[in-house]
Design a protein around this ligand. Structure first.
Ligand SMILES: C[S@@+](CC[C@H](N)C(=O)[O-])C[C@H]1O[C@@H](n2cnc3c(N)ncnc32)[C@H](O)[C@@H]1O
Length: 253
């Protein structure tokens, strides 16, 4: 499906003003539970620096900051950021692209992304960037729509998205077309297992997930290895160890 960054950013500019209201209504109140599960998974601590990627209007960022962490909320939609700044004056908002984070290596204790990765045109590039900016040992949490594993529940959920959601959206959203995109992007998004593989592929360890609301949403976790540079050199040495060694009997291995 088309996820041209300028069009995605423009679409979120268009829904920014009523984004939080539409979310609460569409999720039947579950959005609040998903956010608190996300905050528990990040487990923010006072004094930590946490990056909230694709932060939108900063609702998740505010929930994280309440625990005493310093949160940086990054998004590439000026409209969402303007709405976020209006609502949360104590949060630092940064305009930027998840695929090219405007931060140095090893800067953050934790990185979270809620309902954002699915909208990024190259999600694997974004995961690599999140890995880069995390400190060694840092935590990653990805909260995203997923695939309910029980077939009957999944069928009911897709029926809801197809027939009920458009009616609600017509009454609550400032840009109903954007929610056609929402339904399509959810259907096309990989399931829990595949997203876990992507997270491992970016270099994270201790990768795990848990389903929320029967798998409508999945909460994925991972860690940057404690010393990524040491691990990289160990892997390199292991590679060298398997190569034939030059000896008197074998001068050209
Ligand atoms: C569904 S909203 C989620 C907002 C917020 N995290 C939340 O939980 O309410 C998705 C957000 O992703 C942002 N986004 C999409 N692609 C992005 C990218 N490449 N870089 C930064 N933000 C991006 C959009 O602008 C939008 O604000």
């Amino acid at each position: 499906m088309n996820k041209r960054p300028d069009e995605v950013a423009g679409m979120f500019d268009g829904v920014a003003k009523r984004y939080d209201l539409t979310n609460t209504v569409l999720s039947g109140g579950n959005a609040i539970l998903w956010r608190s599960a996300m905050v528990r998974a990040v487990a923010p601590m006072a004094g930590e620096r946490i990056l909230d990627v694709a932060a939108g209007t900063g609702t998740s960022s505010a929930a994280l900051q309440r625990h005493g962490a310093r949160v940086v909320a990054l998004d590439f939609s000026p409209g969402m950021i303007a709405e976020g700044r209006r609502k949360h004056r104590n949060i630092e908002f940064v305009l930027g692209d998840a695929q090219k984070l405007p931060f140095g290596d090893n800067e953050f204790d934790a990185v979270a992304i809620s309902f954002g990765l699915r909208n990024v045109s190259n999600p694997k590039a974004a995961l690599s960037e999140m890995y880069r900016v995390l400190k060694p040992g840092g935590r990653l949490v990805v909260c995203e729509f997923s695939k309910p594993p029980v077939a009957i529940f999944r069928a009911g959920y897709y029926t809801y998205m197809r027939y009920v959601m458009p009616v609600i959206v017509d009454r609550t959203s400032s840009n109903p077309e954007a929610y056609t995109y929402l339904a399509e992007s959810i259907r096309e998004w990989p399931d829990q297992g595949e997203l876990s593989q992507w997270i491992r592929g970016a270099g994270f360890i201790r990768v795990a997930y848990r389903n929320l609301t029967a798998g409508v949403v999945a909460l994925h976790r991972g860690r940057k290895p404690v010393d990524a540079t040491v691990l990289a050199s160990v892997a390199k040495r292991k590679g060298n160890a398997t190569r034939p060694i030059k000896t008197a009997a074998n001068p050209k291995p």
